[in-house]
Structures are given as C-alpha cells and as structure tokens.
Design a protein. Structure first.
Length: 94
C-alpha cells in the first residue's frame, strides 16, 4: 500500500497477548502531550476498515480506551490534516 505521493507506508508486526502475530499498515504517527501514538489498519483489511489508534509505550503498543484521550488524538490528527491542506493551497497559489 502506498501514499498519494508515491511513497510506501510502514508495516509493523504486533504480537497479541496469546503470542499471535498480526501485520498492520501505519497510516500516521502523532504526538499529543508528550505521548506518541500510531494510527494503523490490518494489512489484510478491506479498504473500508476502521483505523485503530494505539499509544506507544516503549516497545509496546497499547489500545486507547479512554474516550478523552482518544478525542485528543483525533483532534491532533484533524489539526495535522488541516495544516497539510493549508500547505497544499499555498503551494497551488504560488
């Protein structure tokens, strides 16, 4: 899977509690209040599959179960998307 600009997306392998390995495609990395997060989808998921937000804790990825924390990450991601759209508009107008 690639990005619109032609670059490849990162793929990570995660082991669950039972030791089963799962591959995920990384869509985005974001930092909120000194915490790092990664947005992923299973590599074999259909295109309409919902993305998952995981918190990075050292070498471990942890699900984000707190609604307030999740909303903060979503807001940061939406802000990043708005910033990128603004940059594209500025480039187009030059």
């Amino acid at each position: 899977m690639g990005r619109a600009d032609g670059t490849q997306l990162d793929v990570i392998t995660v082991s669950d509690e039972q030791g089963h390995q799962h591959e995920f495609t990384v869509l985005e990395y974001v930092e909120v209040e000194d915490r790092r997060y990664v947005v992923v989808v299973p590599t074999d998921a259909p295109e309409d599959e919902a993305a998952v937000v995981l918190r990075v804790e050292g070498d471990t990825l942890v699900s984000v179960d707190d609604d307030e924390e999740f909303e903060q990450v979503v807001a940061a991601l939406e802000g990043s998307a708005d910033d990128l759209e603004g940059e594209e508009v500025q480039e187009d107008s030059q």
